[in-house]
Design a protein around this ligand. Structure first.
Ligand SMILES: Nc1nc2c(ncn2[C@@H]2O[C@H](COP(=O)(O)OP(=O)(O)OP(=O)(O)O)[C@@H](O)[C@H]2O)c(=O)[nH]1
Ligand SMILES: [Zn+2]
Length: 201
């Protein structure tokens, strides 16, 4: 058993209980009028449980774990990784929202930077949880400020929510953009420069 992960202001999350998840999916199949023992559904509870384990893997990872590799390159200008694909699950409907995240930061004065892939890994840590897009965006920004002691951070997430496209209001194609800007990137000129890089195709 690993210790439950403490989420910033969001309580704690315990272990993933695969057997319990399987039983719950079996119950859900019965609740919607299906026969969970028919040929095509026999393995479904186990498959769905494994899928949720994967989609919620970030519950058991911390941002500190993935931002371990740092280099002191003395680089003190902005570093920006664009178009990091994300798939997350909205906490209201447990349906996916998917799109891209753009993550930029101005390193600490010491020039402490991290590996580029670590920025994408950081995004994964927070995307693979039950989320709302706003919290996903701010958690990425706040952890970069805290762990890398960055002087500034900008995170922009653009996503389509399945709960808005396949059910409810049914507006496929509607995109939601959220941003979080911290430190020196709040400065109007620096922020405008970052936004023009993010928007450039
Ligand atoms: N702000 C925000 N809202 C979200 C996100 N994901 C889903 N939602 C919204 O959460 C709201 C939940 O509203 P409710 O009225 O409780 O649920 P509902 O009856 O299923 O709502 P409808 O989707 O309007 O049918 C909906 O408006 C969703 O669009 C997100 O990441 N951020
Ligand atoms: Zn939703």
């Amino acid at each position: 058993m690993t210790d439950p992960v403490t989420l910033d202001g969001e309580g704690t999350i315990g272990e993933f209980d695969e057997k319990r998840a399987e039983n719950a999916v079996r119950e859900l199949l019965i609740a919607v009028g299906e026969d969970p023992d028919r040929e095509g559904l026999r393995e479904t509870p186990a498959r769905v449980a494994r899928a949720y384990r994967e989609l919620l893997a970030g519950n058991h990872q911390s941002p500190e774990e993935v931002l371990t590799t740092t280099f002191d390159l003395g680089h003190d200008e902005m570093v920006l990784v664009k178009d990091i694909e994300i798939v997350s699950l909205c906490e209201h409907h447990m349906l996916p929202f998917h799109g891209v995240a753009h993550v930029g930061y101005i390193p600490a004065e010491t020039g402490k930077i991290t590996g580029l892939s670590k920025l994408a890994r950081l995004v994964e840590v927070f995307a693979r949880r039950l989320q709302v897009q706003e919290r996903l965006t701010t958690q990425i920004a706040d952890s970069l400020m805290r762990i890398l002691e960055a002087r500034g951070v900008i995170v922009v997430v653009e996503a389509e929510h399945m709960c808005m496209s396949v059910r409810g209001i049914r507006k496929p194609g509607a995109k939601t953009t959220t941003s979080a800007v911290r430190g020196q990137l709040r400065d109007a000129t620096t922020r405008a420069e970052a936004m023009s890089l993010i928007l450039a195709r």
